[in-house]
Design a protein around this ligand. Structure first.
Ligand SMILES: *Cc1c(COP(=O)(O)O)cnc(C)c1O
Length: 389
């Protein structure tokens, strides 16, 4: 079938031609001046993206590697952390914290919901010895957005560090680290950053660096203090994935040219577009009020297999979406609209979804879902949306 491939998954995501071409040039050496100049540019852009004055450190690993580095570099075995668990990726925090020997309290949030900040506040008040709160910005498994800003407003008044997995949130919806008071923010290359998988980024607040100095590091590879020291001379501790850094410089330049505020507005508009189209088609949204700006999770009606529908779309439209995860594997579809995705990709995705659903025996009465979705897109773009940078 001569359809363009469209990757509408919540990571990996599609790559702009500019980034692909930038990554295709001849190799340069990671210890020499030309590379240092690139890493220096990258550093400036990354500080803007993370909203921090602190170093944003690249690590050669996937996002989970940076999550691991956060835990092992900020908490000593036996220390107590609160983990906000509203999905599959929160469970990764639990697994990592367990391996580090931390004492774990889990605040369970129903899948599809954001956490209630009052519950976090009550827990931190009743037990003041939490060394950290670990959470997601966007819980990619459910499409929910957690109120990081409100949680940070609570933790910043205490000695508890706030560690945020922003892997599917950074560069997709605002998360200004210093302004909000986040102590550790991590992300990965393959979601909003318009890069292939394989690079992670991590930044620590001032007080997180102070805490880091008190924690025994048992890991040879993930030593953030050593990375920070090397970063001062635009170096990394080990051989860095040079092409990824070169690609990152290009994608960050694209963000800078377009303007971060406009990047977020586009993400917001695509989210409104997707949600409106999906609702018009008669589907139920998995995340109701607090929803992420880069992925929409869609509930399948009883009798429709998400796995079969996703396979049908891939085969007949060359459009790749993700199924749900764990117990929702066959009942939820996740349509990713983060990074190098535009309105026409979403429109194609909605059409593939509608057509394939009917082909597999479903019923759709609405004929105007495309118009409704596009109207929502234009309305959201025109809104003077109060995006905090
Ligand atoms: C994708 C994702 C991860 C996992 O990242 P890897 O790069 O696969 O290690 C973790 N957390 C969130 C929120 C994600 O979206």
């Amino acid at each position: 079938m001569l359809n363009k491939p469209r990757l509408l998954t919540p990571g990996p995501t599609q790559l702009p031609e500019r980034v692909r071409l930038a990554m295709a040039v001849d190799m340069i050496h990671h210890r020499k001046a030309p590379f240092k100049a690139i890493l220096s540019e990258v550093q400036t852009h990354l500080k803007t993206l993370f909203g921090t004055n602190e170093a944003v450190l690249p690590l050669a690993c996937s996002g989970s590697g940076a999550m691991t580095a956060a835990v092992t570099n900020l908490f000593a075995p036996g220390q107590k952390v609160l983990i906000i668990d509203g999905g599959k990726f929160a469970q990764r925090w639990i697994d990592i914290a367990k391996m580090r020997g931390l004492s774990i309290t889990v605040l369970t949030v129903e899948w599809g919901n954001g956490v209630d900040p009052n519950e976090v506040k009550a827990l931190l008040n009743s037990e003041p010895d939490f060394a950290g709160v670990l959470m997601q910005l966007s819980e990619t498994s459910t499409g929910a957005l957690h109120p990081v800003r409100q949680i940070a407003a609570i933790t910043r008044k205490t000695n508890t560090l706030l560690v945020v997995d922003g892997i599917s949130g950074v560069s997709i919806s605002p998360c200004p680290m210093d302004e909000w008071g986040i102590d550790c923010l991590v992300t990965g290359s393959q979601k909003g950053l318009m890069l292939p998988p394989g690079l992670a980024l991590i930044a620590l607040s001032k007080r997180a660096w102070e805490k880091n100095a008190t924690v025994p590091i048992s890991d040879f590879y993930f030593n953030l203090a050593s990375e920070k020291k090397n970063n001062l001379t635009n170096q990394t501790s080990f051989t860095t994935p040079v092409s990824m850094i070169v690609g990152l410089n290009e994608s960050l330049k694209m963000f800078a040219e377009f303007g971060l505020k406009n990047v977020y507005q586009k993400q917001w508009a695509l989210t409104q577009m997707t949600r409106t189209g999906v609702k018009a088609l008669g589907f139920e949204l998995f995340a109701k009020d607090n929803y992420a700006w880069g992925v929409t999770a869609i509930k399948m009606p009883v009798g429709m297999s998400a796995t079969k529908l996703v396979a049908y779309m891939a085969e007949n439209f060359n459009i790749v979406m993700a199924t749900g995860q764990d117990e929702y594997k066959d009942t939820v579809i996740r349509l990713g609209h983060m990074g190098w995705v535009d309105w026409s990709d979403v429109l194609a995705g909605l059409h593939a979804l509608a057509y394939s659903f009917v082909a597999l025996g479903g019923y759709i009465g609405c004929k105007t879902y495309c118009e409704q979705a596009l109207d929502a897109y234009h309305k959201a773009l025109a809104e003077d949306y109060n995006i905090v940078l």
